[in-house]
Design a protein. Structure first.
Length: 255
């Protein structure tokens, strides 16, 4: 088990801005706390918070509503071509608009969650999503959260954080969020492991840290420690954008 943050590969902080404002990439498995972290960093540094998972979820919802098979990539692509998905960052919580309709709550439900994971395995569909995400973040000034932001969408992101945690810990945190009665902790852990396996093992853009991402393992960290460690990583870039890469294996003490 690792705790705290460690720089993998060449370090997390990239030299010289090519965009006027940075792209902060937050990747990691389901339930690691990416959304909370991304929202916090966006608030703290005055950036837009773009949640790419909501885009996969929105398309999955449309597929369910139109009875398009989740394993039929061509049909999904045709559906995508007739679809407008707009993630809308808001201070009070992100929304996602599907063809102009706010589906933010609906896309969090279990059937859409499972469908999004299935939809996201298709390479050409991913390309469609990635192209949109690259357009949205092209001018920088964003915290973009997902699975492949640091590896595929913005391999040149100024800051990359890979937020990880043990599946049992992620499951128990999520259980506390959902509240007892609606499901069991075991069921949540089981579902997280299933999604992990699909996300990590798909051939197109499998979930993995970018070589130059800082890996933040929150298994033994409190939320406050995670937020503080990530803030420190971003602050290093914001205060000294030309400071060059962090030394490989650099540590950020979360305490
Ligand atoms: O982050 P999330 O749980 O809302 O994501 C929903 C699904 O979309 C999840 O199964 C993984 C997938 N996804 C992806 O493959 N790539 C992304 N950049 C974001 C999400």
């Amino acid at each position: 088990m690792t705790t705290g943050a460690s720089g993998a590969g060449r370090g997390s902080v990239r030299p010289g801005p090519r965009r006027e404002r940075p792209v902060i990439a937050i990747d990691g498995p389901a339930g690691a706390g990416k959304s909370t972290l991304a929202a916090h960093l966006a608030r703290q540094f005055g950036l837009l918070n773009l949640e790419t998972g909501a885009m996969y979820r929105a398309l999955a919802l449309k597929a369910l509503d139109h009875a398009v098979a989740l394993n039929d990539e061509l049909a999904l692509l045709e559906l995508a071509a007739r679809t407008q998905i707009v993630p809308e960052p808001r201070p009070e919580g992100n929304r996602v608009l599907l063809d102009g309709v706010d589906v933010s709550r609906r896309v969090r439900e279990a059937d859409v969650t499972a469908a999004a994971s299935q939809v996201s395995v298709h390479p050409r569909l991913r390309q469609w999503m990635v192209a949109q995400q690259q357009r949205m973040g092209a001018r920088g000034g964003v915290v973009m959260e997902g699975r492949d932001i640091g590896t595929v969408v913005f391999p040149d992101a100024e800051v990359k954080i890979f937020l990880d945690a043990d599946p049992e810990v992620r499951g128990s945190r999520r259980y506390l969020q959902v509240g007892p009665g609606r499901t069991t902790q075991e069921a949540i852990v089981h579902e997280l492991k299933e999604r992990d396996a699909r996300d990590r093992n798909r051939t197109e853009s499998p979930l993995r840290p970018a070589e130059d991402a800082v890996i933040l393992d929150s298994t033994a960290m409190t939320l406050e420690q995670v937020l503080a460690a990530a803030e420190e990583i971003v602050r290093r870039y914001v205060e000294e954008p030309g400071s060059g890469p962090a030394p490989a294996g650099s540590q950020v003490d979360p305490k």
